[in-house]
Design a protein around this ligand. Sequence first.
Ligand SMILES: Cc1cc2nc3c(=O)[nH]c(=O)nc-3n(C[C@H](O)[C@H](O)[C@H](O)COP(=O)(O)OP(=O)(O)OC[C@H]3O[C@@H](n4cnc5c(N)ncnc54)[C@H](O)[C@@H]3O)c2cc1C
Length: 382
Amino acid sequence: MLPYTDEQKMIKEMVSKLAKKEIEPLIPELDVKGEGPGEVRNILIEHGLLRLPLPQEYGGIDADCTTIALVVEELAKVDSGISMDVFGAGTFVFFLKNFGTEEQKKKFYPMLEAGKLGAFCLTEPGYGSDAANIITKAVRKDDHYVVNGTKTMASNGPLSEYYLLYARTGPGERARGISCMLFEKVPGASASKHFDKLGFRTNPTSELYFEDVKVPVDCVLGKEGEGWKTLIFGGGAMRAFGASSQALGNAQGAMEYAIRYAKERQTFGVPLIQHQAIQFMFAEMGINIEAARSLHFRTLQMIDGGNYSQTEYELLTSSTKAFVCDMAMKVTTDAVQILGSYGVMNEYPIAKRMRDAKVNQIFDGTSQIQKIIVGRALSKLY
Ligand SMILES: Cc1cc2nc3c(=O)[nH]c(=O)nc-3n(C[C@H](O)[C@H](O)[C@H](O)COP(=O)(O)OP(=O)(O)OC[C@H]3O[C@@H](n4cnc5c(N)ncnc54)[C@H](O)[C@@H]3O)c2cc1C
């Protein structure tokens, strides 16, 4: 096991048991429905998992990125979508701790403590990877901004009671003039119905509309016009404790299931696992999962330790996101292959894992975008 603290080991074991016993049996039906986590959300709230990153006075343990990551990973071992609420809570608290004022913390920590959900609103219908070109506007008028625009692909969009939103507050091309804002749902903000999607069906995704939404000027996180800085820093951490942890848990869960299956399934008179070609597939899965786990842990420790250059931060967070998520796509696809026809049947849990792995290669910056960031970082370093 990685050198986790005693507290982290305890949390990991607790979440693992909870996920297997209380959550896993609910997943097949939730996946078919594709509406969200249903009862699972209450289980997560009851066990305090959404409060973990909060300070103690708000019922949390000030959990660092490594701790949030292991909770997300343990949940994703049974289903990636249901880990989205922990990922979300970790995200909002990370932004508040790093960019929030005391007033902003006092306003939003109690909402997070109560398990209220928020949406991270960056992507727009015309701009996903090219996020610096977003067109949502926040125009300042006296003591408030008026926000107008459409955001899309917002996880937990239909259920959100507050928004972390990127909008243009000033002139300037691309990243210049973009601000990061955190505000409660107010009149003028609304959501579409959740989308019907391939993977992550246990978490609802929707469009969000902001029509003449009036928000106070003190909703800006960090400085006005410097939202891009919050995105580079916060986005890097999200990739490490969010998408990468989900992909890692998903891949581990897929490999374990496929091994158990291959011990039972007989072909040519012997269990499938006795064929060397199959053993090699498992060996590659195991090697890649362990390599991914080490890189992932190193990146999380770098973030929590706080000792890094900007270039190193971008290099490691993006390398981790690309490597772990691409690895999970390969592992889950191979797991489907090992199950043969049963692998593509939705009755078996492996097809869902392959669908979920594809989502992890796309959200939070696609694998291609991570490689662009890694390439840029390398050319700065050498
Ligand atoms: C389930 C789900 C949940 C999501 N949740 C959120 C959320 O909560 N909040 C939020 O803001 N967004 C969210 N997203 C959006 C996600 O972050 C974007 O989908 C992602 O950044 C890619 O943007 P896009 O879909 O517009 O693809 P595009 O930007 O249109 O890219 C299309 C393809 O082209 C590739 N590509 C683009 N530019 C280049 C280039 N320069 N070089 C090489 N290849 C390139 C991309 O890698 C991709 O494969 C979510 C997405 C999904 C699927």
